[in-house]
Design a protein around this ligand. Structure first.
Ligand code: ADP
Ligand code: ADP
Length: 230
């Protein structure tokens, strides 16, 4: 079964806004799937339904073939890494403690958390000897973004969700982060859903691109080459 399958999911917010009308999609193992579309077309809503920050109004979400639509959201989030635009690091915790957030929830030992945090900082290109003991405000935007990726990968989630992960940094840093992220993904091979509104980014990073229009309607779902008509 596909690591992620959306089966006719819908979302209507309490105020009546229909953000997603009816969306079906499958993401394959190790694939980086990009959700792209204009502002307000429901991209973030789709991601937030997958990790159940919000409840779908209808349809099913399957992870590895298992219907998780009624599952405990907290347990679910341990299987799903989540990276957002402004990272949301805890300002009064060190970088190491931030990276260890989910492992701590899972009750890992201190030693194991420390080892894992350092390994991940290394993986995202931050020397743990230099950065592990720092606080978020002592890092650049690009570095904080890498910490966000490290934190999302900490408990080795099955699935990684990324909402505009590189859009809060300047264009030069963004390009570098994208390149580094591609190298990282070649190593870790996560199943990823990434939201962006940037076509260049979608084409550069995506194995497949889902183009949405208003109301979360799926217009196209294809490889970048196919989408660009090559
Ligand atoms: P995108 O990520 O593509 O910009 P969103 O998923 O954030 O789009 O929003 C989709 C639609 O749902 C928009 O019309 C937005 O205004 C609306 N929306 C988002 N969150 C809420 C909410 N909590 N309550 C009501 N409407 C919302
Ligand atoms: P990036 O290109 O990754 O965004 P910057 O050019 O913004 O990085 O930062 C350059 C260097 O300055 C980095 O090594 C970073 O660790 C360091 N730095 C930035 N802000 C601070 C700070 N407040 N305290 C200590 N070092 C900092």
């Amino acid at each position: 079964a596909a690591p992620i399958a959306l089966d006719r999911i819908r979302k209507q917010y309490p105020d009546g806004t229909v953000a997603v009308t009816e969306l079906s999609l499958e993401v394959e193992a190790g694939e980086l799937m990009v959700l792209i579309g204009p502002s307000g077309c429901g991209k973030s809503t789709v991601l937030r339904m997958i990790n159940r920050l919000i409840e779908p109004s209808g349809g099913r979400i399957l992870l590895g073939g298992e219907d998780v639509t009624g599952a405990d959201p907290v347990a679910l989030r341990r299987r799903i890494g989540y990276v957002i635009q402004n990272v949301g690091l805890f300002p009064h915790q060190t970088i190491r403690t931030n990276v260890g957030t989910v492992p701590r929830l899972l009750g890992w030992s201190k030693d194991r958390i420390r080892k894992r945090s350092d390994e991940l900082l290394e993986l995202v290109g931050l020397d743990p000897g230099k950065f592990a003991g720092r606080y978020p405000h002592e890092l650049s935007g690009g570095q904080r973004q890498r910490v966000g990726v490290a934190r999302a990968l900490a408990a080795d989630p099955v699935v990684l969700l990324m909402d505009e992960p590189f859009s809060a940094v300047d264009p030069i840093v963004r390009t570098r982060l994208q390149e580094e992220f591609l190298r990282l993904q070649a190593e870790v091979r996560k199943t990823i859903v990434m939201v962006t509104h940037d076509l260049d980014e979608a084409v550069r990073l995506g194995d497949r691109i889902a183009v949405l229009s208003q109301g979360g309607r799926l217009e196209q779902y294809a490889s970048p080459a196919k989408l660009l008509g090559e």
